[in-house]
Design a protein around this ligand. Structure first.
Ligand code: FES
Length: 119
């Protein structure tokens, strides 16, 4: 089935996201919490909870290579792809982000009229 993206506005401006010192901000995507991570000039959207045992990714940190590290057991994920780069075989759900003049948008896959952000 062909998948298309629906773009959801999560903030009027990147500065409104309220990044913590760890460069991770909490945002809302259709009433669900997600994380926004900032690394160099790029911004990424990924799941609020770690796929391993539910660690809160907002309390994690971003390492020197741009991976987000879970605060509980320190598994690392590539923010761009969700790949578990420390090798435990998990996958961190993630979404594309676009910064536009009208605000910050997160793209969610739509399949057959329904979209599911936590597939
Ligand atoms: S809960 Fe995230 S690494 Fe275990």
């Amino acid at each position: 089935m062909k998948k298309s993206l629906t773009w959801h506005k999560i903030a009027d401006h990147i500065n409104e996201l309220g990044f913590a010192e760890n460069n991770i901000a909490l945002a809302w995507l259709n009433e669900k919490k997600i994380c926004i991570g900032r690394y160099k000039d790029q911004v990424f959207a990924f799941a609020y909870k770690c796929p391993h045992a539910g660690g809160l990714m907002t309390d994690g940190f971003i390492d020197a290579l741009g991976n987000v590290v879970c605060p509980l057991h320190r598994y690392k994920f590539d923010m761009r792809t969700g790949r578990n780069v420390s090798g435990e075989g998990y996958y961190l759900k993630n979404w594309p982000v676009e910064i536009r003049e009208e605000g910050v948008f997160v793209g969610v896959e739509e399949t057959g009229g329904f979209w599911n952000i936590f597939r």
